[in-house]
Design a protein around this ligand. Structure first.
Ligand code: FE2
Length: 293
């Protein structure tokens, strides 16, 4: 199947056709929602942040195929900070960076939307709020931001998952806004997703949460049936396209073996009225509560 695409260059509100597609597929493809200049501004700003970052001081690898990062205090305390995570292939066996540091970062997260004026402005653009409310959210709160690099040659695979696994609310309410800051194609590791895969259950198949004293994490299996990955379709996203998807939408991406990067910015929004359990990995101190648009 092919997912419908909507030209959102003149976007002001979610239409009935968009709402229908989102309810059926679990994902909405909004082309041209963000203009190219805004994408470039965010990329340039991240470039500046990286220039000021010392890669030797904070060595943490982000991988969805290994759980080494999970026990990492640097990761677990990043929910209210701006922190830098490296690619799996960025270091040699001796632990030395084997690529240019600027090309060795996997992602930056998870609170730039509240800490950095440029990310704050980008994240709180009126069109994003209109999407959340048009999809049916009553009081959207911005929970998490991530800048994802998907580096040329070393950008790692992301296995099939549902974002609600990592951002649990009761009832489930997480909505993802995934912004292509560069063209994302099957060559450089665009998202794949399973249309309709968000239906059939009101919770994700797994839950990633803190355990014990809260310094460790566990991936709890709630439903051990596999995702129907044979039904996954590529979701090409030209620069400026925004993918809006449910926290229950199963998606994945292949490693980037091309010579082109695939920068993306993602924002996760939850409903203010939903319960946010204390054992979620992402914590905020009381001095820094979640904010809306
Ligand atoms: Fe995801």
């Amino acid at each position: 199947m092919t997912l419908p695409r909507f030209d959102a260059s003149e976007f002001t509100a979610i239409t009935d056709a968009m709402r229908t597609a989102f309810a059926r597929d679990g994902v909405l493809v909004l082309d041209n929602l963000v203009d190219a200049g805004a994408c470039d501004t965010l990329r340039g700003h991240m470039d500046m942040l990286l220039q000021n970052f010392d890669p030797g001081a904070h060595r943490s690898v982000f991988s969805t195929t290994k759980d080494s990062h999970a026990q990492d205090a640097y990761f677990l305390s990043s929910g209210h900070r701006t922190r830098f995570f490296f690619e799996d292939g960025a270091f040699d066996k001796a632990g030395n960076l084997c690529v240019d540091p600027k090309l060795a970062i996997n992602k930056v997260g998870h609170a730039m939307h509240d800490l950095d004026p440029v990310f704050d402005r980008f994240s709180r653009q009126p069109r994003f709020e209109a999407i959340c409310r048009g999809i049916g959210m009553q009081a959207p709160l911005l929970l998490q931001s991530m800048y994802i690099f998907k580096q040329p040659k070393i950008g790692g695979e992301v296995v099939c998952h549902q974002d609600a696994t990592f951002l649990w609310t009761e009832p489930q309410s997480v909505l993802a806004l995934w912004v292509a800051l560069e063209d994302a194609t099957t060559d450089n590791g665009c998202l794949f997703g399973i249309p309709g895969g968000h239906t059939g259950a009101d919770q994700p198949k797994k839950r990633f949460r803190r355990t014990g004293s809260g310094h460790q994490t566990v991936m709890e299996v709630l439903d051990d049936s596999p995702f129907d990955e044979a039904s996954a379709v590529p979701i090409d996203a030209p620069k400026g396209t925004v993918l809006v998807f449910s926290g229950l939408f199963p998606h994945l991406s292949a490693a980037n073996q091309s010579a082109r990067s695939r920068h993306a910015y993602t924002l996760h929004v939850i409903e203010a009225g939903a319960h946010y359990p204390d054992d979620n990995w992402l914590h905020r101190p009381t001095s820094m509560p979640l904010r809306g648009f």
